[in-house]
Design a protein around this ligand. Structure first.
Ligand SMILES: *[C@@H]1O[C@H](CO)[C@@H](O)[C@H](O)[C@H]1NC(C)=O
Ligand SMILES: *[C@@H]1O[C@H](CO)[C@@H](O)[C@H](O)[C@H]1NC(C)=O
Ligand SMILES: *[C@@H]1O[C@H](CO)[C@@H](O)[C@H](O)[C@H]1NC(C)=O
Ligand SMILES: *[C@@H]1O[C@H](CO)[C@@H](O)[C@H](O)[C@H]1NC(C)=O
Ligand SMILES: *[C@@H]1O[C@H](CO)[C@@H](O)[C@H](O)[C@H]1NC(C)=O
Ligand SMILES: *[C@@H]1O[C@H](CO)[C@@H](O)[C@H](O)[C@H]1NC(C)=O
Ligand SMILES: *[C@@H]1O[C@H](CO)[C@@H](O)[C@H](O)[C@H]1NC(C)=O
Ligand SMILES: *[C@@H]1O[C@H](CO)[C@@H](O)[C@H](O)[C@H]1NC(C)=O
Ligand SMILES: *[C@@H]1O[C@H](CO)[C@@H](O)[C@H](O)[C@H]1NC(C)=O
Ligand SMILES: *[C@@H]1O[C@H](CO)[C@@H](O)[C@H](O)[C@H]1NC(C)=O
Ligand SMILES: *[C@@H]1O[C@H](CO)[C@@H](O)[C@H](O)[C@H]1NC(C)=O
Ligand SMILES: *[C@@H]1O[C@H](CO)[C@@H](O)[C@H](O)[C@H]1NC(C)=O
Ligand SMILES: [Fe+2]
Length: 641
């Protein structure tokens, strides 16, 4: 099956910016079903056999043996409206549609949209469970809606699907609406280790959170090999019931249970290969798990490294590379054979991510699911792409592989995670962030913010600019965006990637702590143009478990709070134009792990370049960041985040 894409040209009217199609330029040399046939059904694990984990579909089929089904429903804002995204294993035969209205008893309107698909492996026709597979992705937009208003909607039946229940959502409040609101901010949430976070998130939805904002690393679908490859000594966490190397902090009781006979120990699953054995199925599973939230509140996402490709790197002996390139089990391969071509075309270059969500890039001058912004009440929210589309981005465009020469790279010039650019790069000047469309858009978007309406501006990307766990990418993202964000008086910058909770002191440029903006350990003032708050929020829980600080290095002076023990997410509460609070909600149900109050300081008339020292009469403290770039470059490839 080749990229069926759009069913009927008439439907293009709504989603006129086509979702990127699967890249088929480069050959894939692996097996036809790249991962499905690795599953050994004779391994009992938890006794259910494969598939061992089942999550309910969004719509319960009306018949015992459905031929098609709505498995996932997910909402996302578009300006003055809502995009309703839903997923089925097979086509609908008609334009996707949604019945809607302001009363559950009068769904008097019908909106139609468009369908897109990709050539996933294995295709849903090879997956036995119709209620566990998504291959057709439907987008229906309701536009020109009233702000802060509840609407009811229902997805009708088509080609074997059952119609959905009547569901509802509430539109975004108009910019300038001064009522307080709460946002659930989460990062790096996969399936394993996130049960507590999941429970607290659902509670937050029931308590009225306006929307969820997930800063990349979404399903950890690409960690499927964690369920296949035996533990390696140099994996940061490798636990199997007998190993004493369990994760730090709270972990499921099951980790203390010895492995069933015959199970291979692997990272992340205490029952051997229980999960994470098929890339696409991991996506299906995670989306179905979380859809209790995504069908009720907008679920806004941005790209993380785990969305890029079918895998990031390989371990000693390159056992995974042998699987990917020739379907050779228990084999080894030369390191150089792990290239951009090693994944099937549908598992390269953010393809699954592009299809499985629908963010408002097109409507906000950005690009698709890659970068966009939106307003809610007193705040402007910016979702950035910290993975591609700036100089020295962690995932590389081909133009970088070919050192600036615009031609197709040779296989051995590429990397498995090569991705983007998703926007244009002026003159292929790939080492210059300002040549990138993302930077140009961000500059324009921030400059256009009306601070009288949205005094608060929050930016998130997957990659932190600062952390006590220093890495070279942090210098690159600072170099690219820090000055621009400070010049535009951004209040806070959120990120994930590192799997812990870490709150920095307010930071000016290049690691300068703005001590003058610290009221106390739990209270900062904003300092427009001079500093902003940085929070690493990567502790939702995923198959890779917590990050742990190298005990030899210790916590840097830039860090105010570091929690490597607890899972959870954060609640951002915008109280009014002068106060927001940030709370780390513990996944274990015991309340709040950290709380910060951020107080708006009147700005000093647009000055964007003053140093913290002159502004506050307090000596800024230079954090010892310089050494760290070198140590980061020496880091082993096995570093998992
Ligand atoms: C309808 O569903 C069946 C599977 O039940 C599928 O084979 C067929 O292609 C679908 N029809 C369309 C038009 O997509
Ligand atoms: C799903 O949402 C409903 C209603 O908001 C809630 O009662 C239920 O507990 C949620 N499910 C889970 C698994 O949290
Ligand atoms: C548990 O994992 C360790 C490596 O972390 C390995 O040495 C040991 O053999 C494993 N035990 C079992 C029972 O799988
Ligand atoms: C791979 O190795 C495992 C354990 O060493 C063995 O049980 C299994 O049969 C091997 N698989 C193949 C396809 O050789
Ligand atoms: C890369 O591949 C090309 C053509 O296949 C070959 O000529 C070249 O020597 C290879 N380079 C390296 C560094 O292996
Ligand atoms: C990824 O996709 C984008 C657009 O969808 C394309 O411009 C870019 O060249 C692709 N990058 C790679 C590495 O395939
Ligand atoms: C871009 O920067 C990288 C890293 O500094 C360097 O290796 C490369 O030569 C530069 N490319 C060009 C065209 O200047
Ligand atoms: C921050 O560091 C960069 C790179 O070292 C340097 O070019 C820049 O001048 C520094 N900026 C400030 C405000 O210190
Ligand atoms: C702030 O935290 C530091 C260390 O984390 C501690 O030494 C200090 O007493 C705390 N100050 C206040 C006011 O809580
Ligand atoms: C803003 O909200 C905070 C926290 O609820 C409250 O203490 C403060 O009085 C409010 N300020 C104004 C100006 O309403
Ligand atoms: C959650 O973590 C906190 C802080 O470590 C601890 O005091 C509490 O006992 C934990 N709660 C549960 C239910 O495990
Ligand atoms: C700072 O003040 C200037 C001039 O009054 C205004 O244009 C700008 O929007 C203000 N910025 C913030 C962050 O409030
Ligand atoms: Fe990450």
């Amino acid at each position: 099956m080749k990229t069926e894409a759009l069913i009927g040209a008439a439907l293009l009217a709504v989603a006129s910016e086509a979702v990127p199609t699967v890249d088929t330029t480069y050959p894939y040399t692996g097996p036809e079903v790249p991962v499905g046939d690795w599953v050994d059904p004779t391994v009992n694990g938890n006794g259910k056999g494969f598939p061992r984990l089942v999550e309910a579909p969004a719509v319960k089929p009306a018949t015992a043996n459905p031929t098609n089904n709505v498995n996932v429903i997910a909402l996302a804002y578009v300006p003055q409206g809502m995009n309703i995204h839903y997923q089925t294993p097979f086509g609908l035969g008609v334009a996707p549609s949604v019945k809607w209205g302001t009363s559950a008893s009068a769904l008097t309107n019908t909106a139609t949209g468009a369908t897109h698909s990709y050539d996933r492996t294995p295709p849903c026709s090879m997956v036995a469970a119709v209620t566990q597979c998504s291959q057709f992705f439907h987008e229906v937009q309701l536009t020109n809606l009233k702000p802060d208003t509840t609407y009811y909607y229902q997805i009708p039946a088509a080609n074997g699907t059952t119609q959905s229940e009547i569901l509802s959502f509430t539109t975004a409040r108009a910019a300038g609406d001064a009522k307080p609101f709460t946002v659930a901010v989460l990062n790096d949430m996969g399936y394993t280790n996130a049960q507590g976070t999941f429970k607290q998130l659902n509670q937050a939805v029931n308590d009225g959170a306006a929307f969820a904002w997930h800063g990349g690393d979404i399903s950890y679908a690409d960690d499927f090999y964690s369920g296949l490859l035996a533990c390696q000594d140099d994996w940061p966490v490798c636990y199997n019931g007998t190993s004493t190397e369990v994760p730090t902090g709270d972990y499921p009781e099951g980790y203390n249970t010895p492995l069933p006979a015959g199970e291979k120990p692997n990272q992340g699953s205490w029952n051997g290969g229980d999960i994470s054995v098929i890339y696409e199925s991991n996506w299906d599973l995670w989306q179905q798990w979380i859809q209790n939230m995504t069908s009720k509140i907008p679920y806004m996402v941005l790209p993380g490294n785990h969305e890029a490709a079918c895998a990031e790197f390989d371990g000693p002996g390159n056992v995974l590379t042998a699987y990917l390139n020739g379907d050779k089990a228990n084999s080894t391969a030369p390191k150089a054979e792990l290239t951009y071509f090693s994944c099937p075309p549908s598992q390269r270059n953010y393809t699954a991510y592009q299809h499985r969500f629908r963010m408002p890039g097109q409507e906000t001058g950005g690009v698709g699911n890659m970068w966009y912004s939106f307003d809610y009440g007193l705040a402007h929210f910016v979702s950035m792409n910290g993975e591609t589309d700036y100089a020295m981005s962690p995932e590389s465009p081909f133009i970088k592989d070919t050192k600036g020469v615009a031609k197709e790279p040779l296989a051995n010039q590429t990397y498995i995670t090569d991705s983007g650019p998703f926007g244009k790069i002026d003159n292929n000047d790939y080492n210059n962030t300002k040549a990138y469309q993302q930077y140009q858009w961000l500059a324009k978007d921030l400059a256009a913010v009306d601070r009288t309406k949205t005094p608060w501006v929050f930016v998130m990307s997957h990659r932190p600019m600062y952390s006590s766990e220093v890495s070279a990418y942090q210098a690159h993202i600072r170099e690219a965006f820090e000055a621009l964000l400070l010049q535009n008086n951004v209040d806070a910058y959120f990120s994930g990637h590192i799997h812990w909770y870490e709150r920095m002191w307010p930071m000016g440029r290049n690691g300068t702590i703005d001590k003058g903006s610290v009221v106390n350990n739990k209270t900062y003032t904003t300092n427009p143009g001079v500093s902003m708050t940085h929070i690493v929020n990567g502790m939702a829980g995923n198959i890779e478990s917590h990050s742990t600080l190298d005990p030899k290095k210790g916590v840097l002076p830039i860090t105010a709070v570091l929690d490597q023990t607890h899972y959870g997410f954060s609640k951002l509460v915008v109280h009014n134009a002068s106060v927001v609070t940030w709370q780390f909600v513990l996944g274990n149900g015991s309340g709040i792990g950290d709380e910060l109050t951020l107080i708006k300081k009147a700005n000093s008339s647009g000055s964007g370049s003053g140093s913290p020292t002159t502004k506050n009469g307090v000596a800024g403290q230079q954090a010892p960041l310089a050494f760290t770039v070198v140590s980061a470059l020496l880091m082993a490839a096995w570093y998992l985040v």
